[in-house]
Design a protein around this ligand. Structure first.
Ligand code: ADP
Ligand code: MG
Length: 510
């Protein structure tokens, strides 16, 4: 029998394992379930592809997208590893061929969508097949907490239970929140799984946050800096994508748009041209990028504030897969936050994943997560994002902290650590022109009055920094108020109303 390292060398041509791969592989080979939480690009596929070449039976891989299946099986074919996909884009004959190869033991890996697991034809195959390993890739799709929720992922455990012998189950994801992790373990009914979280730091990425009053100007600056290199510009909405792509082309920056509202053929052509390097720049919504492995992306620029750090990390992390220095830029200003909140309430108005209508949070099953709890959870995630975007402390540290990873206060590789000029920062932070200063004074006076009345010291009502932000952001409703840094739920419940009233009347009179 070949050892994992031999398989790695002979089939994949790599010299050594990356962090985490070897422990996951040995767990699976020893018959133990496993949950691998590794950032995008870390090499999760190899963790089950190597065992697939060693275990006696078939490795069945559940994966959410046809494009992911096709990329993977094509890559395996290049390495002369017998693998097939089974999906609706194939003809019936092709599917039957794949199934009979698998039934004859002539495939090492078979890739399927979660929906396939409930089809009678597939079940009759699976009930007689020798399946050693069941892989659940992009396993966060199982969780109602995530925006990629896919109801059929919830049925995987039932499928496994129907098999004559329960295979080893191995789940893989790049999503690290505790809620999602717990959901994966319970829904898949993993047995004492080895849970492995590898470092989320990407040392070759430089992080930049800017707060320009005029984002378009700032965008042009970055595009001039990166002229000719491959890059992605992410926008919040399809409309922004269309407008920016047109405007950029007009200003001499060849680019293509990508969002789920475009015709499939156009979308795919744009993606292909960008992948092939024919077009350096793609302007896209978050529908773009899942499973894309283009090594030489030199920069990823976000033109709007993403809704949470996981999405930001996923999208920004598409830069620098080749390990060379690359930059992740976030352009944000004080107009972003209300937009994000709007989309929290109206996810259908934004962009979904590539298959429109499949990935919306409101499709989560209501039994598991109450909508109030879900909203609070999302607001908390947005607040993490806001903390990062404020640019007040080391960006790398803020990012890793959101994934529960500790890191030094100074990374030396972000715009905050290097104190790079932020053209708009001053105006972003101090937009108290005079008017804000007036509101700020009134809020201070209100706080003094409340303090006298209740005996609570002023700083306990709202700290100075929070008052300052209140004057700047001017929340009009309770949830807006909650979004202000350090506002805190308890404080908002106790003192929020008079502050909201003060702000409202100020806004009305000015
Ligand atoms: P993930 O699923 O974690 O996002 P992939 O499995 O797609 O990542 O792997 C990303 C890239 O890293 C692939 O090109 C893969 O071949 C490469 N890779 C994985 N493991 C190794 C390794 N041990 N040595 C070198 N390259 C590797
Ligand atoms: Mg993957």
């Amino acid at each position: 029998m070949k050892t994992p390292i031999q398989v790695l060398k002979t089939y994949f041509g790599y010299d050594s394992f990356r962090p985490g791969q070897e422990s996951l592989i040995s767990a699976v080979l020893s018959g133990r379930d496993a949950l691998g939480i590794m950032p995008t690009g870390a090499g999760k596929s190899l963790c089950y592809q190597v065992p697939a070449l060693i275990l006696p039976g078939l490795t069945l891989v559940v994966t959410p997208l046809i494009s992911l299946m096709e990329d993977q099986t094509a890559a395996l074919a290049r390495r002369r590893i017998p693998a097939r996909a089974l999906n609706s884009a194939m003809s019936r004959t092709e599917r039957e061929e794949a199934l009979s190869l698998a039934a004859a033991g002539r495939l090492r890996l078979l890739y399927v969508s979660p929906e396939r697991l409930t089809s009678p034809r597939f079940l009759s195959f699976a009930e007689h097949a020798d399946i050693s390993l069941l892989v659940v890739d992009e396993a966060h799709c199982i969780s109602g907490w995530g925006r990629d929720f896919r109801p059929s992922y919830r049925k995987i455990a039932d499928f496994a239970a129907r098999l004559p012998v329960r295979p080893v189950i191995c789940a893989m994801t790049a999503t690290a929140t505790a809620e999602v992790r717990a959901d994966i373990v319970s829904s898949l009914r993993l047995k004492d799984p080895l849970t492995l979280v590898t470092g989320f730091d990407r040392p070759n990425l430089f992080f930049t946050v800017q707060h320009p009053a005029d984002k378009w100007e700032a965008l042009l600056c970055f595009l001039r800096k990166y002229k000719g290199s491959s890059g992605i510009v992410y926008c919040m909405t399809r409309r922004t994508v269309e407008a920016l792509a047109r405007r950029l082309a007009y200003h001499g920056f060849p680019c293509r748009p990508y969002h789920a509202g475009l015709k499939k053929s156009v979308r795919e052509q744009n993606q292909r041209d960008w992948l092939a390097g024919k077009i350096p720049l793609i302007v896209a919504t978050n529908a773009f990028g899942m499973g894309i492995d283009k090594p030489d992306v030199r920069f990823v620029l976000h033109y709007n504030l993403p809704m949470d750090m996981e999405n930001y990390y996923q999208e920004a992390g598409r830069a620098g897969r080749d390990g060379k220095p690359s930059e992740c830029i976030l352009l944000t200003n004080d107009r972003d936050l209300p937009i994000c909140r709007f989309f929290l309430d109206h996810p259908e108005r934004q962009e979904a994943g590539p298959a429109r209508g499949v990935h919306f949070p409101h499709r989560r099953s209501p039994a598991e997560v109450s909508s109030e709890a879900f909203r609070t959870y999302q607001l908390e995630k947005l607040r993490n994002m806001q903390r990062y975007a404020s640019g007040k402390s080391c960006l790398r540290r803020a990012m890793l902290a959101a994934f529960g990873e500790a890191s030094p206060a100074f990374c030396g590789k972000c715009s905050v650590c290097l104190r790079l000029p932020d053209p708009g920062l001053k105006s972003f932070r101090l937009r108290p022109d005079l008017e804000n200063a007036a509101l700020h004074r009134e809020l201070i006076a209100l706080r003094r009055r409340l303090s006298k009345k209740t005996g609570v010291p002023p700083w306990k009502i709202f700290p100075d920094r929070t008052l300052h932000d209140l004057a700047l952001i001017r929340p009009l409703g309770f949830f807006d108020l909650l979004m202000v840094e350090n506002a805190g739920l308890i404080r908002c419940l106790r003192f929020g109303r008079p502050f909201l009233e003060e702000i409202r009347s100020f806004v009305e009179t000015h």
